[in-house]
Design a protein around this ligand. Structure first.
Ligand code: 1PR
Length: 534
């Protein structure tokens, strides 16, 4: 048997549970990994983070004999915490590539969110939940938001109601947690839900730990996210620095033309987490030319950051197939896996997604071979962001180009009333014959779970987001769109959420230059009646 500070973790190897491990260690507990079914039966407390797809998880559990051990363990009311798929697997079956049989401990079917009314699926982001019965572990949740990322959910019913301990709203009312005796499971990710998430884990790991017993809140709408972005690259002396460009030019306008240095990546990320960032993105902006697995410091940045930062981390730059100088071939999936193993929750693909979309639009066939398709097949759509770097091209006549055009709100330099948005690759250096609209639609079909929508014209200008562009893209897709580039004042954030259906707003310079703290942005949004996580 294991000592009091030991937590048994059932990680069947289907994905990244590094952040959960980090959170458990941060709380002062040791982790023992389940190797065989008996390890489940002898656990003091068992955490089961479900990752990957339902069917694959069930197959592993059944073949290894762990399904039976899990059922025995749970039926004898031993301390259990399931997370995300670890909740869903307790039910009878799932529609994910199914129907597929689950463990069958709780009545109910796991179904997909209905996106037919324009609901963005996956459900990604922060909601507050409504407690329906006392569970102990949720004592401190109050009105706080917790982080969800999933496309499937269970609807509460008379048959499962005695298990339900909280519900949440997204399109439908769905089960956000269950509790019976010592058995708990949550649909959200406590390890990614900041301080309140850590307190939920702590209450499970040590039920005698003190709690504030906050008054319960209501199930909220999905909160709009505020994301801090760190463009990272090596400076001329080889140190990794956070930099920031003007329209993608990151060098100082001095004689030396040094790479602008705005701080150290790990420190800044830690600061933004404390300041209330809902997510942190790292973009390895020279990844297109310097192979990222040769760039071990970036992986180190992720490892260090994820030890202390408990909100989602995205990393992008250089995700593509690569053959190094010695002829060793690395697939994009290997590159992404290394990023995930180092602590990323999502990866972001820029240039390579443009090639994939071009190929798909040309052939009309999904080859399944692009980095985008491969990574989303293995890690799920929710783990794959496509970063678009468009440049505005003004035109006189909308029929001049074969791409989707818009009538612009303010005319171009020669009075042009129309524009299209040309995709670029290699950090904005090369324009491609594809529009941002066409790209967004194509990458959604190829498996992207989210779009990070930059705008080269607005980048670093502090004049506000490109509302025309954001409307163009968010109308084109049902996956969440992250508006990026141009934030210079708190009003720009309320503007983008009031005038577009963007799910999140990302900013860099305004935070790095300490012009406006994240908390002021949140306060302003709240005053404007926009749901945010405080
Ligand atoms: O093409 O897969 O290797 O990915 C490269 C990634 O690096 C892409 O996501 C691309 O956007 C990014 N990138 C490449 N070069 C630059 C550069 O600036 N020279 N940065 C770059 C992109 C844009 C935003 C920025 C916002 C907000 N940075 O992420 O943070 O525009 O800035 P602001 O709030 O200061 O206006 P691949």
């Amino acid at each position: 048997t294991s000592s009091d500070s030991t937590v048994t973790l059932l990680d069947y190897g289907a994905g990244n549970v590094r952040s959960l491990r980090n959170a458990i260690r941060y709380l002062g507990f040791d982790i023992k990994d389940v190797q065989k079914p008996e390890d489940i039966l002898s656990a003091n407390r068992l955490v089961f983070p479900g990752v990957g797809a339902f069917a694959a998880a069930m197959e592993v559990l059944e073949q290894s004999g762990m399904a039976e051990a899990l059922c025995t363990y749970i039926e004898s009311d031993r301390p259990f915490l399931g997370i995300c798929l670890g909740l869903q697997l307790l039910f009878e079956s799932s529609e994910e590539n199914g129907p597929v049989k689950g463990l069958g401990l709780i009545p109910g079917v796991v179904g997909r969110f209905d996106s037919s009314n324009g609901l963005a699926v996956p459900h990604i982001g922060w909601n507050s939940i409504q407690i329906t019965k006392d569970s102990g572990i949720l004592d401190d949740i109050g009105r706080h938001h917790v982080y969800f990322v999933h496309s499937y959910r269970v609807i509460p019913s008379d048959a499962n109601w005695d298990w339900v301990s909280s519900v949440c709203n997204y399109g439908d009312s769905f089960i956000s947690s269950i509790t019976r005796g010592n058995v708990h499971a949550v649909q959200f990710h406590p390890e990614k839900s900041g301080d309140v998430g850590l307190s939920i884990l702590r209450k499970f790991l040590d039920p005698s730990s003190s709690s504030k017993k906050l008054a319960h809140g209501k199930a909220s709408q999905l909160a709009k996210r505020v994301i801090a972005c760190l463009d990272v690259r090596a400076n001329d002396t080889g140190d990794l620095v956070v930099t920031k460009g003007d329209q993608y030019d990151v060098r100082e306008h001095s004689d030396e033309h040094q790479v602008r240095n705005l701080g150290k990546p790990v420190e800044l990320a830690g600061q933004y987490y404390k300041d209330g960032a809902d997510e942190i993105s790292f973009l390895n902006i020279t990844g297109f030319r310097d192979f990222p697995l040769g760039d071990l410091p970036m992986l180190q940045v992720l490892r260090c950051t994820s030890e202390n930062v408990f909100v989602p981390l995205t990393v992008g730059g250089g995700i593509r197939d690569f053959t190094d100088g010695n002829g060793r071939y690395y697939s994009s999936l290997e590159v992404a896996s290394e990023y995930f193993r180092s602590g990323a929750d999502k990866i972001s693909i820029g240039s390579d997604a443009v090639f994939a979309a071009e190929e798909y639009l040309k052939t009309g066939v999904k080859s399944g071979k692009s980095s985008l398709e491969q990574i989303s097949r293995v890690y799920g759509n929710q783990a794959v962001v496509v970063s678009i770097d468009p440049r505005r091209v003004y035109i006189r006549n909308p029929n001049d180009v074969k791409f989707k055009t818009i009538k612009v709100s303010s005319p171009g330099p020669s009075g042009e009333e129309y524009a299209w948005y040309q995709c670029t690759i290699n950090g904005g250096r090369d324009g491609r014959p594809i529009g941002a609209y066409e790209l967004a639609k194509a990458v959604e079909e190829l498996g992207a779970g989210e779009i990070l929508l930059n705008c080269i014209d607005c980048d670093g200008q502090g004049q506000g987001f490109d509302i025309d562009l954001i409307n163009l893209i968010s109308d084109a897709v049902t996956i969440p769109v992250i508006a990026s580039s141009g934030a210079g004042a708190v009003q720009h954030f309320s503007d983008v959420f009031q005038k577009t259906s963007a799910s999140a707003a990302l900013a860099a310079g305004i935070f790095h230059r300490k012009e406006v703290p994240i908390s002021s942005v949140k306060k302003h949004l709240l005053q404007q009646g926009i749901e945010v996580r405080m």
